[in-house]
Design a protein around this ligand. Sequence first.
Ligand code: KG4
Ligand code: ZN
Length: 343
Amino acid sequence: MSRKTAFLTLGIETSCDETSVAVLSGEHDVLINSVYSQVDLHAKYGGVVPEVASRNHVVKLPYLIQEAVQSIGVRLQKISLIAATYGPGLVGPLLVGLTHGKGLACGLGIPFIGVNHLEGHVFAHRLTLPDAEPPFMALVVSGGHTSLIDVPQYGTYQLVGMTVDDAAGEALDKIGKMMGIGYPAGAEIDRLAAVGDPKTVRFPRPMIGSPGFDFSFSGLKTSVVYHLRKNPRERREDIAASVLASVVEILTKKSIEAARRFHRKRLVVTGGVAANSHLRNALTEAGSERGIEVSFPPPSLCTDNAAMIAAVGAFRFLRLGESHPLSLKPDPSLGLGVRESDE
Ligand code: KG4
Ligand code: ZN
């Protein structure tokens, strides 16, 4: 299909501190996926400040949209569908992208669809390996989420487990702050750990043996606080390696067990923490020992981006015939899939 006649979806993502715009042709072909990270703005506060994030989305989003369509030589009038994240996330930032998307759809006279950010993370896999279709188990592990989601088919989800307190990335960011690492700390902890000794400190593995597939990371954080107070001179590389050993073991054990329990032959790992090299190695090895193929989208699709949002929008519109009215509101605590016991 030529670009002139293709079905083009404009995706918008503003649920946290990344302003992102993408244009997708059909269901898989990413024409552009531009991401503006506000991370430098928030670094001095040691975390995302919602009001600062909202204001910056307002400034950057219209410019990013113009730049995205211009750079691929497509007029806005050629866009077929607008897809914007409507939850979960920070309400102010969500409102900016959602309102802008709805306004554009209204002005252009085209359909609008609100997208669940977590479903977006799952669809990063569809963009990467369109032929590796469900069923599979998905681990969405980021600064905001740590969830195991069973995917029998795209559009149908069962929540298998989630964190009962901090997300894995959030715990790494908080631990990093205590270690004097800037925000966000995950990537730096990854680098430090590569030259550290993971056996230096045996930090706890909360809930690793508990029945079910829920996670907990806040106890690990507390135990690192106490350790750092008592051992202020411990090498940061060794602390980083010891912390990651705990996080990676928990995520690996629970995810592989969940895939096996649900008889899934594939585990899809996505979200910012999926960029972690130690996690990638451990999961790939554990998966191959048990006949489970472990797939990771490339880091640019693992972290927050609008291509994955456009991918959900195009799928739901084209395959399921869905769209939303312009009255759709942001839903900061939107989940993905219900637990079997909640049904
Ligand atoms: O998916 P994402 O960009 O945003 C959220 O939806 O949260 O994930 C950001 C999180 C941060 O907590 C960051 O520290 C973590 O992903 N992260 C990493 C790595 N790169 C980013 N954590 C561990 N290792 C990495 N290489
Ligand atoms: Zn995310």
